[in-house]
Design a protein around this ligand. Sequence first.
Ligand code: SAH
Length: 364
Amino acid sequence: MGELGRTVDHSTIIRWLRETDTGRLARLWRSADAVRAEHVGDAVHLRALVEISNHCVRQCHYCGLRAGHDRLPRFRMTAEEIQQCVVRAKQLGLGTVVLQTGEDPGLTRATVASLIRRIKSETGMAVTLSLGERTPDELAEWRRAGADRYLLRFETSDQALFARLHPWMPGHPLNRLSTLRLLRDLGYEVGSGVMIGLPRQSLTSLANDLLLFRELELDMIGVGPFIAHPETPLGFGPGGDAKGCTGQVPADELTTCKVVALARLLCPDANIPATTALSALNPAHGIESALGCGANVVMPNFSPQPYRLLYSVYPGKSAGPGEVEAHLRCLRRRIESIGRSIGSGRGDSPHFVSRASRALRIGG
Ligand code: SAH
């Protein structure tokens, strides 16, 4: 795991999060990069992101899709539209499709199950769901229908901060940690993560988030900077009302890279994407920065252009080339220019593969 990996505890994490010396930071990037090369290799896996609905019943204070944003026109793609995006991704050589939405009860258990079955039978691609917090019955049914992976960020391990950002909704209980455990028991490859620089997020809680990644034994870890959305309660600018508070986590690229690197040291064989939020902050080099300090996945957007603009989780999310072939060509060039290759096949998380085969051995 490398010299740094073995010794990552809470105080070490805090020290790295406060570190400003570029020489010492270069050591962190090198260690994370070496652990990445050793445990998940040089291939960068591409995932086709399709944002299939922007309807949402939740009121998350940071998100532009929140139900309270009533000026946002809402869309839900048809099964045919979704399949077109998926087939295109398959033709362009991608092995995984990620279906993401707001929390949309209009996408029923049966609708999603039939989408999954169709994708699996017509393309054989790996299917990742990112549909928010859904019921145990729905999650079980979708797994039976063939879904492979589920992404659900716990957003922050600070319970008071979590409660402030996620207003209680009768009939919609929210317990992301127990849902993550359930997903794992159902046999999903499980991904989670946090935002970096939420207003009033402390370095101490961010260090706890990182340790929780390891405790939850995540197969995938996604972290990105918080980007204020003007139509939300937190829309008052980067860093929010807590700017300048002692211990406030900065919502910047440097902190994001530190968290990517530390996540890699703590969870050596997880898949870790260079997230879209980091690219929104630094369109020119965000991907290269993350890939250079531990990341090994990129998620190009395959959503149709008119819908993409409406999937405005945060400003700048839908920026970038609209034409997917050109975007992929550019991505390939960027990835190869830093000495990495494009992955082929499903690109399962090595962490998942080894825990699944362990479970099989024990079961058999
Ligand atoms: N409804 C799904 C998908 C939400 S969008 C779910 O709840 O899981 C995916 C991720 O975008 C969220 O988990 C959150 O971490 C991130 N996100 C939301 N608003 C954001 C913002 N303003 N800035 C940066 N990231 C944001």
